[in-house]
Design a protein around this ligand. Structure first.
Ligand code: PGA
Length: 252
């Protein structure tokens, strides 16, 4: 089963209206030749319309960095999945480690967010990953198992077929310390085996599993050459059009 790689840029809480437009234009221009890779950017919520205006009609997808687990109503500060769809977004992150850490998001909440995203027609990019203390304690696989089985449990096969997973070891995010290609592959393979148990081999072998955590132009190619690594979720390096395009190029 060949999986088309996806390179997604998580801009986090960076840019303003003007610099977001400049960055989106730069990404568009530098990636226009690439055919064998899907590309998406996740700007902060208020900047999404401006970025969509730049990327309208292009193959570059746009997504939110988070989504409410609720449908609509009195939830101050929240953004619903259908709002994102109505703007023209195609993707949304769910359960990024910064949401888990600073907003205490649980695997159960992540599951509800994934459900809302799917119901609204978005592609959820569900993030999983162990902390350094968990890795050091030999708990990497048990942590990932819970995040995947709870966070992505009970979906229909058709729903699961639309989900993207991002494995991001928390100790590698924004630290400059990347997982080695072998460390990444070991967990990606584990996740794919889990998906086989949960949803069968056809869905497992079609699901894209991205790696995230200090992905840069210099390490992207080797990471993505691993058997079960199907692209990257890029934070810091996605704020440079040049670096992000170079990463996309190494995938496609
Ligand atoms: P980083 O962030 O590339 O800056 O490590 C990745 C992420 O948090 O998605």
């Amino acid at each position: 089963m060949s999986r088309k790689p996806l390179i997604a840029g998580n801009w986090k809480m960076n840019c303003d209206a003007a610099s977001a437009v400049t960055l989106a234009r730069d990404v568009l221009q530098r990636t226009s030749r690439l055919r064998n890779v899907d590309i998406a950017v996740m700007p902060p919520f208020p900047l999404i319309p401006a970025v969509l205006r730049v990327l309208d009609g292009s193959p570059i997808g746009v997504g939110g960095q988070d989504v409410s687990a609720e449908l609509a109503g009195a939830y101050t500060g929240e953004t619903s999945a259908s709002m994102l769809t109505s703007l023209g977004c195609g993707y949304v992150l769910a359960g990024h480690s910064e949401r888990r850490e600073y907003h205490l998001e649980s695997d159960e909440l992540v599951r509800r967010k994934v459900g809302r995203a799917l119901d609204a027609g978005l592609i959820p990019i569900a993030c999983v990953g162990e902390k350094l203390a968990e890795r050091d304690a030999g708990e990497t696989f048990s942590r990932i198992e819970r995040q995947v089985t709870v966070g992505l449990g009970g979906l229909t096969p058709a729903e699961m077929a639309r989900v993207v997973i991002a494995y991001e070891p928390v100790w590698a995010i924004g630290t400059g310390r990347t997982a080695s290609p072998a460390q990444a592959e070991e967990v990606h393979e584990y996740i794919r085996n889990l998906l086989t148990t949960m949803y069968g081999s056809e869905i497992a072998s079609a699901t894209r599993i991205l790696y995230g955590g200090s992905v840069k132009p210099g390490n992207a190619r080797e990471l993505m050459s691993q058997k079960d690594v199907d692209g990257a979720l890029v934070g810091g390096a996605s704020l440079s059009g040049e670096d992000f395009a170079a990463i996309a190029e190494s995938a496609g």
